[in-house]
Design a binder for this molecule. Structure first.
Ligand code: BYC
Length: 323
């Protein structure tokens, strides 16, 4: 008689064979819960992430830069929508997820709790924040949950445009007047460490990583991705003549990667606990937008109801004329 395998074992073998899990498949409760947490937090990050950049749309220095920034911010809204849709396939409603964001229960990326003080911050966000997001999201294109993985493929294409948009701003400022170069350097100084923190706590302090790696939700660890991002970004800074604000940063020939200085984890944990420089302001802006959008949701619901009543009554009359 052959060995009997539990349904959990079969699920594990299924993901290890690089199959994609689809909404109608059986999955462990923990797998579903982890995905709803991660995908909804990812969606919230896209939507909250629109705020620091939207702050500069009216002040962009040219029509060209305004158009590009506007398109980028709209892309982030689109990413939020794909991601909420992917999370909804797991059986949690969008209303519930948004409710958790507005009540402060759900997290969103720590990075969006920092202020955008100058135009150079638009460059630093595109270059560093979108650059970090790409490193994480290229890995997530291979995640085991089908709808999440497919959303990531599309999002990554747009993110690479965003990263270039940011780097172009930094390059222009770095080649500009001494004041412009200083502005670019100041933005790099302020955004570098928060961008490094975006990858999450170090592997030994990451409670969700081991299980997520086992289920192939995550394919690389927080520290691996952080290292990849640093190694890729350091030469980009050198190329435009800017200095990464880390005196301990140096190439380690033996390891074939950069060594870098200590991360201020106290700051990171404060920010994700709601005590960052802009947490209250960001949530307030989202709550206001949600309240002000109530009429749109009501109108859409009333329209949907009217349409379904209309199609129900036409189906009924078709039935009675057939009879
Ligand atoms: N910020 O066990 P860990 C964008 C939380 S938006 C806040 O390692 P996990 C863009 C973590 O949630 C891109 N919280 O967790 C948009 C967990 O808390 P809970 C956003 C963080 O899930 C607009 C706890 O710390 N990208 O690109 O295995 C304009 C322990 O962590 C953070 C994504 O969301 C953080 N940085 O790994 C421009 C990517 N890090 O939930 C750009 C998708 C950790 O247990 N998410 N925490 O209470 C992921 O890949 C993973 O969730 C993470 C964390 C790598 C972030």
């Amino acid at each position: 008689m052959g060995e009997t395998h539990s349904i959990e074992d079969r699920f594990q073998a299924f993901v290890e064979a690089e199959n994609k899990v689809e909404p109608k498949h059986w999955m462990p409760d923990g797998y579903r819960k982890t995905l709803v947490r991660q995908i909804s937090q990812h969606a919230h990050s896209e939507v909250v992430g629109m705020l620091p950049e939207a702050n500069w749309i009216t002040r962009a220095p040219s029509l060209r830069s305004k158009l590009i920034l506007l398109a980028k911010v709209q892309d982030e809204a689109g990413h939020g929508l794909y991601l909420y849709s992917a999370a909804e396939t797991l059986g949690t409603s969008r209303d519930e997820m948004i409710g958790d964001l507005l009540s402060g229960k759900a997290k969103y990326s720590s990075i969006f709790n920092y202020p955008t003080l100058t135009w150079a911050d638009m460059g630093a966000i595109g270059w560093l924040v979108d650059g970090a997001a790409i490193a994480n999201q290229v890995m997530l294109c291979r995640t085991s949950y089908g709808p999440y993985s497919r959303a990531m493929v599309r999002i990554c294409k747009e993110e690479s445009f965003h990263q270039r948009q940011g780097y172009e701003i930094m390059m222009t400022l770095a080649k500009g007047t001494p004041e412009q170069k200083e502005m670019a350097q100041d933005a790099l100084n302020r955004w570098w460490w928060p961008s490094i923190m975006m990858f999450g706590p170090s592997d030994e302090n990451s409670p969700n990583s081991a299980q997520s790696m086992k289920w192939r939700i995550k394919r690389k660890s927080n520290d691996e991705l952080r290292q990849e991002f640093i190694d890729k970004t350091v030469p980009q800074a050198e190329f435009i003549g800017l200095t990464i604000p880390d005196p301990d940063l140096k190439w380690n020939e033996e390891k074939g990667q950069h060594d870098f200085g200590p991360i201020n984890w106290e700051e990171f944990f404060q920010v994700i606990a709601g005590n960052g420089p802009c947490n209250a302001e960001r949530l307030e802006a989202r709550r206001k937008a949600h309240e002000e959008g109530a009429w749109v949701r009501e109108a859409a619901a009333a329209y949907a109801q009217k349409q379904s009543a209309r199609s129900a009554s036409s189906a009924k009359s078709a039935q009675s004329s057939a009879a």
